[in-house]
Design a protein around this ligand. Structure first.
Ligand code: HEC
Ligand code: HEC
Length: 256
């Protein structure tokens, strides 16, 4: 860190803490039990949803807003959806610390071409049609429970809540079936990522996303009509359970 001034180093440290202890440090802005590191493993330095290079990518066009968004706006996107909370002040000390920390993580990355984020890596999937009942069995068989608790939550275990009030809301990127399937397939069970088959990851993703979770109460924009079709919210959840809708209706899931 020596190329950074002492003041800058302090901000980087604060940024790191804010990524790992988000819910305890910013209780006003976090509406669940998660921290950024609950999904962006190792505070953005791990494999899962790695953020090394992220500062080279913004401003960038986002479908949700239908225009270029800044990194600060993108961070707040995770606050209101993944953290089921409120935006932090975009000119405040905390936001500066988040940015300094991500600058530090990205210091050896020259251009955005060196950075492939999860959602870019898996464009155009062909996910096997899930069997959520089998997913419940697979969830038990792979001992996801040992870290994530028997009903998805909890603070008492090492892993983050996968559903219920302490989890992300249904407007979050992780509420998309294709994102959840990819994350499980590649990164879980933690330390043994890549051992599940595509089918098993699909089954488990469906089982998890059919459980209740907080509702996103903000406005879902997508002004250009290009909203991905696989967000599982209360409405789609009920339709899938009552079989008004089939999993194969989603673009990224195989046809029957
Ligand atoms: C529940 C899981 C989850 C949590 C918790 C979470 N994120 Fe995210 N984050 C995601 C997903 C999934 C995406 C990608 C969404 C998409 O592109 O559809 C993402 C994307 C991002 C991006 C953009 C990355 C890129 O390459 O465009 C940033 C920056 C980010 N998150 C920051 C944060 C911060 C800061 C926090 C904590 C305040 C946080 N995230 C908490 C799941 C999470
Ligand atoms: C050894 C403990 C452990 C096991 C076993 C494990 N996980 Fe995780 N899981 C974690 C930890 C810790 C994280 C936080 C991110 C990280 O550090 O990788 C996580 C993150 C996640 C996330 C993203 C966070 C969120 O709130 O959505 C999902 C989804 C997930 N795990 C699903 C599973 C599934 C499904 C299984 C079983 C196939 C499983 N995990 C097994 C420890 C574990």
């Amino acid at each position: 860190m020596s190329e950074f001034s002492e003041a800058e180093q302090e901000k980087i440290k604060l940024g790191h803490q804010l990524n790992t202890r988000t819910n305890t440090m910013l209780p006003e802005n976090v509406g669940n039990n998660l921290s950024c590191t609950s999904c962006h493993a190792g505070a953005g330095r791990g494999e899962n949803l790695n953020l090394i290079g992220v500062t080279k990518k913004y401003p960038q066009y986002k479908k949700r807003e239908g225009r270029d968004v800044t990194l600060k706006e993108r961070i707040n996107g995770c606050f209101i959806r993944s953290m089921n909370g409120k935006e932090i002040d975009s000119d405040g000390e905390e936001m500066e610390a988040f940015i300094s920390y991500y600058e530090y993580l990205s210091k050896n990355i020259e251009s955005k071409d060196q950075y492939a984020f999860m959602t870019e890596k898996h464009k155009g999937d062909n996910i096997p049609i899930p069997d959520p009942d089998q997913g419940e069995q697979d969830f038990k068989r792979y001992n996801c429970i040992s870290c994530h608790g028997s009903s998805g939550p909890t603070a008492a275990f090492r892993g983050p809540a996968l559903w219920g009030k302490d989890s992300f809301n249904d407007g979050a990127g992780m509420s998309r079936f294709s994102n959840m399937q990819y994350y499980i397939k590649n990164y879980m069970p933690k330390g043994r990522g890549g051992t599940l088959t595509e089918q098993e990851a699909s089954n488990i993703a469906a089982y998890i996303l059919l459980q209740d979770r907080p509702k996103f109460t903000g406005v879902n924009k997508f002004p250009n009509g290009d909203k991905p079709d696989d967000y599982i919210n209360e409405k789609t959840r009920e339709a899938l359970k009552k079989k008004y809708m089939k999993w194969s209706d989603f673009d990224r899931v195989q046809d029957e």
